[in-house]
Write a protein that binds this ligand. Structure first.
Ligand code: GLA
Length: 397
């Protein structure tokens, strides 16, 4: 990533107060398409993030330079994004609107934005952008705020970290997809060395230790631009809601698929239309896999966790039908490498990345296998990297 402070000085000149904020992207280890069913997820924050260097000013205008998109843009606080608004700018604009509606008194600022979360790869560059923009706005409104984690910065404004994540999710709904809470939540609440197990119903969460010496987290970009057409994602959401409504007729206590235990599902599965049945089966079994994963990791059983990761992919491929030939090839190549404990697609699917759990001494073998076979089989160039689990968003010192 570029030196955003130097860039700021070059583009905007000296500033009395210059602050920097950072918000990470994420990779989800297990618990896919469960968040909007009030279920369980277990993502970790990446060492890759979106950063903003900013200086508050009197005018109620946000002036930005995006280093990644090499573009200058500005918007007035209170202005809504339009169809003409550059894609990247929609996120900070929507966040500013949502924070203002929450009753926060915002100030304008000038800032430089840069990031190294790959865009469109399913690693939540948009959530990182939203959370970074939110922190920039909170800092601009209170330039004296102490450096620290996002939750503390939110508290200085009478919010909580959970609320901040919710507001960023609302911003995403306005300009992107009807996503769940996972991406914005982990960007705010990530914890170094840990995955975070989140209950998407009440947002209670707890860190789950990742044994880095036993398993590295390897992310492989399929090179298939994730076409997260609102269509396919929202269709899955509706099918889940339909399934929950049908099961509610059998048991009135079922509010969402989160409330459906496996045995109840199996007893009544036949009553559901086939596609809805498959979607529901994925969500019901995936929730159980997340809970089992937490137990496995807390007991230090990474091999068991790897098996659950594999089962998650198979369920996303066969029942949720959000994989694709390229992601399946990547997963298959990985699973054929000695020392790979588990491999699955991560994020919404329909392209994007896989995540694999790999014994550290097998990472090179995995890299070799992917480089020698993936391009030959698909014609696409893969990108591969490992990331430790990082801390969530912060106002930097
Ligand atoms: C996207 C959404 C998340 C979640 C995942 C699937 O990343 O933004 O809220 O639904 O897809 O698990």
């Amino acid at each position: 990533m570029s030196d955003i402070v130097a860039r700021f000085a070059e583009l905007f000149g000296p500033a009395d107060v210059l602050r920097t904020v950072r918000a990470p992207g994420r990779v989800n280890l297990i618990g896919e398409h469960t968040d909007y069913n009030e279920g369980f997820v277990m993502p970790m924050a990446l060492a890759r993030s979106v950063r903003i260097a900013l200086a508050p000013h009197e005018e109620p205008i946000v002036r930005l330079w995006s280093e990644q998109f090499a573009e200058r843009a500005e918007f007035a606080l209170g202005e809504a994004p339009s169809d003409q608004t550059s894609h990247w700018l929609r996120y900070p604009m929507a966040v500013a609107a949502v924070l203002a509606e929450e009753g926060l008194a915002l100030s304008g600022f000038r800032g430089v934005v840069d990031g190294d979360v790959p865009v469109g790869a399913g690693l939540s560059s948009s959530a990182a952008c939203e959370v970074a923009a939110a922190l920039a706005l909170l800092v601009a409104a209170r330039p004296e705020i102490a450096p620290g984690p996002a939750a503390a910065v939110a508290e200085a404004h009478g919010l909580t970290g959970e609320r901040l994540a919710r507001l960023c999710q609302t911003a995403e709904h306005r300009v992107g997809v009807r996503c769940g809470i996972m991406d914005q939540f982990i960007s705010v609440h990530g914890r170094a060395g840990h995955a975070v197990m989140l209950d998407c119903r009440d947002l209670s969460h707890r860190p789950v230790p990742l044994p880095a010496r036993e398993a590295a987290v390897v992310i492989i970009d399929s090179g298939v631009q994730r076409k997260l057409t609102a269509g396919a994602y929202n269709e899955r959401r509706s099918q889940c809601e339909d399934g929950a409504a049908r099961l509610r007729e059998i048991d009135a206590s079922i509010k969402s698929l989160r409330d459906v235990p496996r045995d109840l599902f199996e007893t009544h599965a036949e009553a559901l239309p086939p596609a809805v049945r498959r979607r529901c089966r994925h969500v019901v079994t995936e929730n159980a896999r997340v809970l089992e994963s937490v137990e496995a990791l807390e007991a230090g059983n990474v091999a068991r966790f790897g098996k659950l990761v594999n089962a998650s992919h198979d369920s996303l491929r066969d029942d949720y039908e959000v994989s694709g030939p390229e992601l399946d090839v990547l997963v298959e190549i990985a699973r054929g490498v000695e020392g790979v404990l588990g491999s699955r697609l991560t994020g919404a699917g329909f392209g994007g990345c896989t995540v694999s759990l790999v014994r550290p001494d097998a990472v090179e073998a995995l890299r070799d296998a992917v480089l020698s076979r993936y391009q030959a089989e698909t014609g696409l160039e893969p990108r591969l990297w490992t990331s430790p689990a990082a801390d969530g968003a912060a106002v930097e010192a």
